[in-house]
Ligand binder design. Sequence first.
Ligand code: AMP
Ligand code: ZN
Length: 497
Amino acid sequence: MINHKLYIHNSLTRQKELFTPIEPGRIGMYVCGPTVYNDVHLGNCRTFTNFDIIYRLLVYLGYKVRYVRNITDVGHLLDNGEDRLAKGARLNQIEPMEVAQKYTVGFHEMMRILNNLPPNIEPRATGHIIEQIELTEKILENGYAYVQDGSVYFSTLDFIKENPNIYGQLSGRVVEELLAESRENLKNQDTKKHPSDFALWIKADDTHIMQWNSPWSLGFPGWHLECSAMSTKYLGEKFDIHGGGLDLKFPHHENEIAQNYGGCNSQPANYWIHANMLQLNGKKMSKSDGNYIMPYELFAGENPLISKGYSPMTLRFLTLQSHYRSTLDLNDEALAAAEKGYLRLMDAAKLVQTISSPLAAGGTLDPEINQLLTEILEDLCDDFNVPKSLSKFFELATKINGYANGQIEPNAISQDAIERIKTAFNEIVFGVFGLLDESGTNGSSASLDLIMDLIIDIRAKSRENKDWGTSDKIRDTLANAKIQIMDGKEGTSWKKL
Ligand code: AMP
Ligand code: ZN
């Protein structure tokens, strides 16, 4: 039984709407996953963490959620038209599938470190070529695509003629603007009729290592097509929520919608959720622009923009502190504040386990506490306002601290209220926010502490002697053992990941 009303800002209507699932109690949610041609940067991590929190909340509210997040391992082209995976394979002289495997494993590892739950289904684009060909055939049959020299293109003009109010609805761009926009023709796509047309299937040239047989040519599917095909396969022609980063709104999601209408005559998702960008130096974090920090650099403090290493949970806490629809600036000051906030919250979580009240119920502060607890859930159900609900936990923390140090008298808070606070910490702070208490995981065993002191000492000596072989070996071995060493102004510290 779901007894909380949930409001979601729907990108499609640009309004906050009461969420009503297609099937009572069940939610189908599709989130665009990573393109596995290199390691995820902190920007990607922010989006995946935001959707993890949304997923966790939906489950907490009692919904049975089918969460599908894909792996893009073909078709996502660079600006020069080269397939990202094929480029990775060419540079490293390995198979594209080896590139995909390497970075999929790395992606999973980073999601685990950040405590993001795995989706229920994680389909790969290359495992769904047949579905993509079938969808292309349907779009062709319905007259919204054309074949040109072995490639298949979606005809935006034919689509707009038949469905005047669909194309451009999500991105808010007027059709004239979309059509006037003359983007550069990508490699292998110079045969399309109109600049705003996009490829469903691309004929591969001889140098292209990834190609499959199709009715039109040996080739490969377009990037947008995979998400239409895989969401339809696992969630049906119409499902509840479709999510992704804001930068995917256009063209990726706009084209996805057009394809779903073109093939199945239906808007795929009732609610579209877009997570805003993580910024660095006032600009979107992006690998291709060189404006990025990698997660391991952040953990190890190995980047000139940060003064020391910050832990995975500090990063998660920073994510919690901003609304998913706002931009977030990554900088040393914000990270230091997040670290402080995270530690304070964890202290409160521990402290609440130790306090007890002589009064079973009816403390004078109980109504205030109950109000805060109610608001925490209301905030979360108000378009996932995590920062607002987080601030209520700090108000609770102030009360817990006051109670523990005697500033608040024993009868002010009842045992009943203490139990409710404990439950809220367990279910929301750890369950929905997905925070982990790192203080218990950095090797509290005394012997490990001693061994680590010794290793850090040997590493420092080897660095002094410019014995980089030894110091690199120590770092790599520790990384394999999931131990991160961090060099900061106050010396070297370590942490179990
Ligand atoms: P990609 O691997 O490029 O397809 O991106 C994976 C996900 O990360 C997508 O949902 C993107 O929208 C998202 N993303 C990319 N850059 C950023 C950023 N700077 N901040 C937040 N999310 C991002
Ligand atoms: Zn997608």
